[in-house]
Design a protein around this ligand. Structure first.
Ligand SMILES: Nc1ncnc2c1ncn2[C@@H]1O[C@H](COP(=O)(O)OP(=O)(O)O)[C@@H](O)[C@H]1O
Ligand SMILES: [Mg+2]
Length: 343
């Protein structure tokens, strides 16, 4: 059974600009140049100063895999609405065929499938991802380059006038929505640009600006080849995410371990225990999970394999009494993590 995530109360709806950016940066690490471009649109909306007749913001997020593009939208949902999944997400990989794109707006009355396929993008669905603390809907078209070409045609009206006409001829208004398109366009080329053997670390260490500009340039080239100029012109901001440097990856290890601790506390309740992951264990995870190709995804997989799963096996085998202290550290050869249960 899937247990729904625990809702925390959003605290940051009307806080100062700096606070919002700080909280967002704590959730999406190492991408401050991206976040500083996104946050002003949230604040324009909160101030009631977003232009009329357009979505509150339209963003295209580019860059290497596993660097926090999708994560950014989830983190915004958490900050605005108190839940990471409180957003409307369209996985564009599921809309590779023209007839699948039609599912988003529903079939016209009288057409085959009119009743069976309620549209995915309705006013009501947009409303369902607002909350008491914010009326701003977050809409994510994830991996947009995978969708059939009619997806971009459908999006044209949304990006331009904040209007989407459904199959039954009603319209959906996107004025109170932030629209995020994420894409891996250019990511492979970006990856090969990062010199093999030097990896992302070398690039990130490089006076940040120069190489990030180069990556942005590669991404923009790929975007221009894939989309029409009319489409590109309707995007407010195109942001390129940076490869994660060692400092950012270190921050992500800490976030992941803190999340695991919270999970143990919430899910195991009175059977929960205290987890102590040593600095050496964190370095071990970092060394094993650093990948220039998959970014933090590889890190997450490493933590799951080396820490979460062995720990879960011990819990399932009743080897961890409630309220005990569980110490994690690498073995002498640095081949695997050891898990000691104390008291
Ligand atoms: N900059 C980041 N800060 C914090 N966590 C991150 C970051 N980048 C990636 N992650 C972690 O890795 C996972 C995959 O990242 P994701 O945002 O889905 O990558 P992509 O850039 O390919 O969309 C996230 O769910 C998150 O746990
Ligand atoms: Mg993604």
């Amino acid at each position: 059974m899937r247990i729904p995530p625990i809702a925390t109360k959003p605290r940051l709806n009307n806080c100062g600009a700096g606070d919002f950016l700080r909280e967002l940066s704590a959730r999406v690490v190492g991408q401050s140049q991206a976040l500083t471009q996104i946050v002003p649109y949230v604040q324009m909306h909160q101030a009631g100063l977003s232009p009329e007749g357009r979505p509150a913001g339209v963003f295209l997020l580019l860059g290497p895999t596993g660097t926090g593009k999708t994560r950014t939208v989830e983190a915004l949902a958490d900050l605005l609405h108190g839940r990471e999944k409180h957003l409307l997400k369209v996985d564009c990989g599921e809309f590779q065929m023209e007839h699948e794109v039609a599912k988003l707006i529903g079939a016209p009355p009288g057409y085959l499938g009119h009743r069976e396929t309620p549209p995915m993008l309705t006013q009501q669905k947009l409303g369902s991802v607002t909350s008491e603390s914010s009326d701003l809907s977050l809409v994510l078209f994830d991996e947009i380059e995978k969708a059939a070409p009619s997806m971009t045609r459908l999006l044209m009206g949304v990006l331009d006038k904040a209007l989407l006409r459904l199959g039954d001829n009603t319209t959906v208004n996107f004025e109170r929505a932030l629209i995020f398109l994420t894409s891996n366009l250019g990511a492979r080329e970006m990856h090969s640009h990062l010199k093999p053997g030097f990896g992302f670390e070398a690039l990130a260490a490089d006076a940040s600006g120069v190489s990030l500009n180069k990556l942005h340039y590669i991404g923009m080239g790929a975007v221009r080849r894939h989309f029409t100029p009319e489409f590109v012109n309707r995007i407010d901001t195109i942001v390129t995410y940076q490869p994660l440097d060692p400092g950012a990856l270190e921050g992500i290890v800490d976030i992941q371990i803190a999340a695991l601790e919270l999970h143990i506390e919430n899910r195991l309740a009175e059977r929960s225990f205290e987890l102590e992951v040593s600095a050496a264990a964190r370095r071990f995870l970092l060394a094993k999970g650093t990948s220039s190709e998959y970014g933090a995804r590889e890190l997450k997989r490493t933590i799951l394999r080396e820490l979460t799963q062995p720990l879960a096996a011990m819990v399932a085998g009743n080897e961890v009494p409630p309220e005990s202290l569980v110490r994690v550290y690498p073995d002498e050869d640095g081949v695997r993590l050891l898990i000691d249960v104390i008291g």
